[in-house]
Ligand binder design. Structure first.
Ligand code: SAH
Length: 253
């Protein structure tokens, strides 16, 4: 039997967020590769090997998964959320491009999942109802200057902005610096949504404004910064709805 590498998105939280296609791909695998906490979310199956790894070693993890698949094993490489959004699918492509010619003949598949920004948006209304972009604030793989240029451009173009990897213990200042940057372009009343561990038992979602937004988050948090068109509907006895209307005029340039 010939090997296969399937990069599987398991969504942001528990099993309810996984698609039937992802479930099938996980069940069909001889070996599961992935960051240990993601593998911990999956049921154990008889005769299925588990190869957990540390989050920092994405390239190495992709290479080992490719080696195993090339040996004729059906490998599922697991990603949180969607595997194509700041995750393993691109790492696999990078390794295939740089790796042995034989890897180009492998059966490689990508199974999509619910990415964090969609899960957070759904909790609060429809903040991504009009044009939006997604940015990772991690400067592990790109210089901070590039992140600043992209923040400036996104705010000037009036995109709603989803911020992945907002800060970590190793990068405590990124989110505060990003808010400072965005305050130059966006009204102080711009809605800001913090979604933490969405889809998991310790989920927390809150809404504030750009003026009041604190730079406190962690690696399980996704931040959505509204556009000048994003609105908050305050409701009695219910949490507010944050949404971006489907039509926009845009401010004069
Ligand atoms: N591939 C993932 C993203 C990986 S980057 C996806 O598609 O969602 C990791 C970042 O995703 C985290 O720092 C956080 O910003 C966000 N994230 C992942 N899971 C999350 C969740 N359950 N709730 C909120 N944000 C989450």
């Amino acid at each position: 039997m010939s090997g296969r590498l399937t990069v599987v998105g398991i969504g942001p939280g528990d099993a309810r967020y996984r698609t039937p296609e992802a479930e099938d791909a996980l069940a069909a695998a001889d070996a599961l590769y992935g960051y240990a906490p993601y593998l911990d979310r999956l049921p154990t199956r008889l005769n299925q090997a588990r190869c957990p790894s540390n989050n920092r070693e994405e390239g190495a993890r992709a290479r080992s998964a490719l080696h195993r698949a090339a040996e004729g094993i059906r490998v599922a490489l697991v990603s949180g959320g969607d595997p194509g959004v700041f995750a393993m699918a691109a790492a696999v492509c990078e390794e295939i491009e740089a790796g042995p010619a034989a890897w180009r003949s492998l059966d490689v598949r990508v199974v999509p999942g619910v990415t964090a920004m969609l899960a957070v948006a759904a909790r609060i209304g429809a903040p991504l109802g009009h044009d939006f972009c997604a940015l990772s604030l991690s400067d592990n793989l790109k210089p901070w200057e590039l992140i600043e240029r992209r923040l400036d451009a996104a705010a000037r173009a009036e995109f709603v902005i989803a911020l992945y990897n907002p800060m970590s213990r190793a990068r405590p200042r990124q989110l505060g610096m990003a808010f400072e940057r965005l305050r130059k372009y966006l009204p102080p009343t711009t809605p800001v949504v913090f979604g933490r561990a969405v889809g998991r038992p310790d989920e927390q979602v809150s809404v504030t404004t750009l003026a009041m937004a604190e730079d406190s988050a962690d690696m399980a948090t996704l931040v959505i910064v509204g556009s000048p068109q994003t609105r908050v509907i305050v409701r009695p006895g219910r949490s507010p709805l944050v949404y971006t209307p489907r039509a926009a005029q845009g401010r004069p340039a």
